[in-house]
Ligand binder design. Sequence first.
Ligand code: EPZ
Length: 417
Amino acid sequence: MAKIYINGGNRLSGELKIHGAKNSALPILAATLLCQGESVIHNCPRLSDVAVSIRILENLGCVCSRNGNTVSVDATNVSGNDIPDNLMREMRSSIVFLGAIIGRTKSAVVSSPGGCELGPRPIDLHISSLRLLGIKISEDHGYLNCEVDSEITGNEINLSFPSVGATENIILAAALSKGTTVIHNAAREPEISDLADFLNSAGAKIYGAGSDTVVIEGVQKLNGTEHTVIPDRIAAATYICGAVATNGDIVLKNIMPSHQVALLNLFRQCGCEITPKNNTLRIKSISRPMRIPTIRTMVYPGFPTDAGPPVMALLSIAKGTTVFVESIFQNRFKYIDELKRLGANIKTQGNVAVIEGVPKLSGAGTECTDLRGGAALVVAGLVAEGTTEIDKIFHIDRGYEDIELNLKNLGADIKRE
Ligand code: EPZ
């Protein structure tokens, strides 16, 4: 199994184009199922999670092709309504296909997504919301059996938590339906808006995406369309952490600063210069980062939970102590033990971590526990003295396109073997 090796200490400098957002590409690929004809998705990142999504679409009868960062999906002849167990297990977020499969075929058979590295990943909000749209869902032997007697019918849905995936599944199931659906307390992440933009360009009538109230007027037909995926704000945050940790000076291209205001303010508090200009961002760091007194992960537009691990790696060498509260997932701290192998001084109690910044980290053997935890090890390895070896990098390849090539182009001493 391949590993990543990093000899830390090189300052990052140069330019990097940020790839399309994984968490936007996945629901948009699911949404192509709803469209008659071919959809063309540009800026679609080359990631293993995207490859699994394409295999799910092909298993349903779609004809898919990829040309660089453009993926074409012809959903004219959708013939299936199930996701094989192995594909469900490979990618927990394949639950977002549920709404699209039901929206297109009026039925679905999928295995209940297991937990994942971040702890249990319940889907109670998905199921209760879809049932409010007239979808019958029975659970037995670990499978969800879904069917619609006549038509999916619009309804008012109040989400007890602004779940990203549940909001997406409701939108996907309600796009082709009778009547109007209103989602209250909807997730406001930019990826929700990107999904709505794709569907509206295919003929849907979705209003208010990006706010906490989303209205979907059901239509009878959607047609294949062309769409460019928004940039990946979490990948951008990860590369920024690498630049700040190494006192670097980089320019990120194809970035939307408006999608990461909370993060950019945090990096300014660390003492670096952030200069946004249209869809580029310059990050310059001239001294050891300052600590951030308290960080609490929140739903958008608060500090995003997915940026927590790389930011924690950065703060492990900051001047001072940070109190970090993870409010979204139950078990997102698994990677911290690996950071401590590199010399980080972090104590955890439940969903609170106290990071006492140390002057330096030292390279060691480590292994990824999950996608963003793996990203944290890369950030730490960039600044650790000596060689850091990172195993189980398949976790990283789920969400970062060409990470070692990108960092090498920015001056890092990094290789994959
Ligand atoms: C999406 O996951 C992202 N994944 C996650 O990114 C991200 O961390 C998360 O949103 C929060 O921003 C994709 O978009 C593919 P949620 P999702 O439903 O939809 C609880 C990454 O690293 N919950 O908003 O699963 C849940 O347990 C991944 O790219 C319920 O209780 O997130 C969690 O504690 C990791 N019942 C919280 O809500 C439900 O029915 C947030 O979950 C659904 C969720």
